[in-house]
Write a protein of this length. Sequence first.
Length: 115
Amino acid sequence: MKLNGSNVTIMVKDMSKSIAFYESIGLKLQQRWGDNYAMVEGPGITLGIHPGGNENSNSGDLSIGFMVDSFEEAKSLLQKNNIKITHEADDGKSGNYLYFSDPDGTVLYFVKPKW
């Protein structure tokens, strides 16, 4: 058997709102099947956007990171789109991090690696 692709599926409450959010941080809508499923992608990742969940659901301990080449541009992008930065860190070894969440609470981060 050969694997032909992969994705991480995120359960969301509002398909259109979630797709717009992921497009605002630089991912591109690959395909959408009405309000049943959509795929957005960026370099090296495809995210499935699937309706589901209720007020009590969340993504658990999942976090999704996106490597960037400019920490300041990433920060500016979040600010421009009124996306709250929940934590900013420089761990001294691997890179500078900007943590934020999608509309359903999935933890995301931009990292400017130091390697």
